[in-house]
Design a binder for this molecule. Sequence first.
Ligand SMILES: [Zn+2]
Length: 231
Amino acid sequence: MRSGSVQSAASKFIPASASLLLSLAWLAGPVVALAADTPSMANGDCWQVGTPTTCRVTWAGRSTFIYFRAIDQFSAQRPSWSTPAHDAVNAWNGAPGPQYYSFSAHSNDTWIYLNYSSTGQHGLLSGSDAITWNCNTSGYCQDTNSGMLIYYTDVYLNHNVLDSQGPSIIQNAVAHESGHGMGLWHNTTDANSVMWPSQSGIGGPDASDWGRYPGCSSGGHGTECIYGWGD
Ligand SMILES: [Zn+2]
């Protein structure tokens, strides 16, 4: 389900069985080959060191959902990014898996700031579409695949690159960086994954991103894995 339509909470389902990253800076250039797929940290850790007891979600098992809220800090500068950004958020929201994602508030939601930015700011290199900084409760932020509790996320969208791109690339950038905010690392084995590490036309998550393929214990690291839905 990758349509841009808004899905109601009731439409979210828990599949009986599920049919997947360098720095978080996302270079528009060719894919950098990695030796192994490293989409996230260990299973069920919410991309953090330690136990789920310090995870953002109430650890209630497979039926636990997690709520993310996109914070618009770009449209004042780039109103044309609004539609593709909303399409990206809706794609994550409507996909199976534990994640809900909306520009609207929900109790216990985790905020993903979508910021307008420029080359040279916040670690954005020339040619980088965007960069994501995940931050803990102490305000310490990192853009690397290291375990941490993600308390909030700053995504910086590089207008120097994105101004020359169409809406599908804008949507792809927002969907991809938002995946980092949810705790996902890059997927280097599934080119249809939104977490594929280079620019693509993919506008939302696939089963590698939200699901367990090929199994949480055998290389799958979608949101179902990192939020404890298990195999
Ligand atoms: Zn990335």
